[in-house]
Write a protein that binds this ligand. Structure first.
Ligand SMILES: [Zn+2]
Length: 88
């Protein structure tokens, strides 16, 4: 995964994830790498969502991104319903 901030585009974050970085379909919950518990998977709703990774608001298409919440954090876990494989 490549996350790049471009100061020429008003701080809009770009996230590039390749096909080889996507796994199978996500279930309704995922096991959290941080606390070990399972958390509900939430779909982007088309509005602006807080991005923990970029510490800013991102505007996303409904259903395009999947997140889960752990404590105060919101974590990106999927794209178009497919799991992001963070370990390659
Ligand atoms: Zn957790």
């Amino acid at each position: 995964m490549d996350m790049t901030m471009n100061p020429d585009t008003d701080g809009v974050p770009f996230v590039a994830i390749g096909e080889e970085e996507l796994g199978g379909p996500l279930g309704k919950t995922v096991r959290c790498e941080r606390c070990g518990k399972r958390h509900a998977v939430e779909n982007s709703n088309g509005g602006k969502r807080w991005s923990y990774a970029t510490s800013g608001w991102i505007d996303v298409q409904a259903g395009l991104l999947q997140f889960y919440k752990c404590g105060e954090g919101l974590f990106l876990v999927g794209i178009n319903g497919r799991e992001i494989k963070y370990e390659l």
